[in-house]
Design a protein. Sequence first.
Length: 182
Amino acid sequence: MTFVVVHESMFGNTRMVADTIADTLRAAGDDVRQVPAARLPHLEFADDDVLVLGAPTHAHTFPGHRSRLAASGMVEKSKPPLTLEPTATAPGLREWIRDGSVFPECAAVFDTRANGPRLLTGSAAVRIARQLRRRQVRILVPPASFLVSANRLVDGELDRAAAWARTVLAARSPSDAALARR
C-alpha cells in the first residue's frame, strides 16, 4: 500500500500541511508519494493506494480557474508580499475530478481555509469529499480543515495535521494493514 499525498497550493500553506501529513505517514513506515495536483493527470494508482487530497478553500469550495487567477493577482497587491507556488495557476483537483479520472478505492481529504466558522468560510475538503463519494471513492475519515490567518497557518495547525494523518493511518481496514506489512 502506498499513500499518495496530493496538494493544490497557492501560497504554500496547503503544501506545508501536505508535507507534514506525508512526513507523519512516512514516519509510521508507510510508502508515500507526494505530488502537486498539477501532476495528477499523469499518475497511475495501484489497487491498494490511498489518496490523500488537499486544497485551499476559495469562495466556499475548492479552486477553479478563475479563483486561481484571482489568487495570483493577490501577489502584487499584498503586504507583506506573498510568493505564488510554482503550480498555483495550473489545472488542479477540480479539473481532475470533473474529467472523470480513474480514482483509487479510498481517500482522505483536507483543506486550508480562513480562520472562522465553516458556515462563513466554506470548506474545500467537504466539497472534494462529496465529489469523490459520487465517484464511489470511500472517504476514510471526516474531512479536515487547517486554519489560516493573514495568509499564514495558525500556530499549532501543523501539529493538528500530524494528528489527523495518524487518524488516517488508524482508519485503514485490517486487510489494508496486513497488505502494508508485506
